[in-house]
Design a protein around this ligand. Structure first.
Ligand code: NAI
Length: 332
């Protein structure tokens, strides 16, 4: 099986660490390394490298490093471009405490399912007149129903008991209203799963006050992006939360965090999020025992707490942390 690994900033550092650990876990992977960013986009108008899209389509699965996007100017996001080009409609982010990682709460275990293709991420913006910009929020019945089916099906398979749909349909009565109506129809087909709705601002407050009440959150794209980082902050931050982008044909796994330019090149990045994303990828590839062994080795290193990277309170380098996980794998 071939997979793709790339990334900017700390991407190559955490990708190399993850590859070393997967090798040590005895998973046989033939890595196909591809750049995600196209060359000369200003000449071609093509921002996402076509070879990357083709590679993921061919191999059907990919492990992706983070890629930078300029703020308030410049090219569109390559990350969003890849998700759209590959129709990776479901973004899945399991958020759970890791032993030994200081956090505000214990026993947080919530899965976030975010619609990944539309909403304000449609990238449709224009200047109406100077000083007035319109950004289009696109919500369709098709995409809302598709993500709802994914969430309820995931809950059924994984024994999740309760789904909260998050919205702002009191204000965006049509757009978020359509999202909710579509989700409600799917909820009716799954009477064994408790279904609730929360307005997004209240949901944020509830999440900060009492995250253990949540089991699975189902959200449109933008609220999903914001609330999943909020949730990550409750269990120790972006360095320790994985994610998967899933479509009907292909799946792409990546850490929730970005390129971390402030620490790139210093050997201090925490590879845990990408490693956990790789473990999700192994589960997807039916390599469950390897995924479990990696997760156990990781938890063992965190429980001992001696070789942790600075973002989670330690002093270890990326390489020292990686060596510790490999040593834990070899003694398990
Ligand atoms: P960021 O996630 O890169 O960094 C936020 C903070 O978390 C920084 O202090 C950073 O040092 C720390 N951090 C992140 N990952 C870490 C890790 N593995 N180990 C230790 N510390 C870590 O977010 P920021 O600064 O907002 O974005 C930087 C760039 O990344 C931007 O260009 C943004 O567009 C891009 N980005 C890419 C994503 C992707 O490829 N999926 C996701 C989020 C941001």
């Amino acid at each position: 099986m071939k997979h793709k690994v790339t990334g900017e900033g700390i991407g190559p550092e955490v990708a190399a660490a993850t590859q070393r650990i997967l090798d040590a876990a005895g998973v046989s992977i033939d890595w196909e390394v591809v750049e995600g960013r196209a060359e000369n986009p200003s000449e071609t108008g093509q921002y996402v490298q076509e070879a990357a899209v083709e590679s993921v389509r061919r191999n059907r699965v990919a492990l992706k490093g983070p890629m930078a996007t300029a703020v308030a100017e410049g090219a569109p996001s390559i990350n969003v471009g890849l998700r759209k080009a590959l129709d990776l409609f479901a973004n899945l982010r399991p958020v759970k405490n890791l032993p030994g990682v200081k956090s505000r709460y214990e026993n947080v275990d919530v899965v976030i399912v975010r619609e990944n293709t539309e909403d304000l991420y449609s990238g449709l913006e224009h200047e109406v007149v100077p000083g007035v910009v319109e950004s289009l929020k696109i919500i369709t019945e098709r995409a809302s129903t598709r993500i709802a089916r994914f969430a309820f099906e995931y809950a059924r398979r994984r024994g999740r008991k309760k789904i909260h749909a998050i919205h702002k349909a009191n204000i965006m009565k049509m757009g978020d209203g359509l999202f909710l109506k579509s989700v409600r129809r799917v909820a009716e087909e799954h009477p064994s799963i408790e279904y609730k709705e929360l307005i997004v601002d209240n949901a944020c407050m509830q999440m900060v006050l009492d995250p253990q009440q949540f089991d699975l959150l189902l959200l449109p794209n933008l609220y999903g992006d914001v609330m999943s980082d909020l949730a990550a902050g409750l269990v120790g931050g972006l360095g320790v939360v994985p994610s998967a982008n899933i479509g009907d044909e292909v799946a792409m796994f990546e850490a929730v965090h970005g390129t971390a330019p402030d620490i790139a090149g210093y050997g201090l990045a925490n590879p845990t999020a990408l490693l956990m994303s790789a473990a999700l990828m192994l589960e997807h590839l039916s390599e469950r025992s390897a995924a479990l062994r990696i997760q156990e080795a990781l938890e063992c290193v965190y429980r001992e707490g001696k070789r942790l990277t600075p973002d989670v309170g330690g002093t270890a380098t990326t390489a020292e942390f990686t060596d510790a996980v490999i040593a834990a794998l070899q003694t398990s």
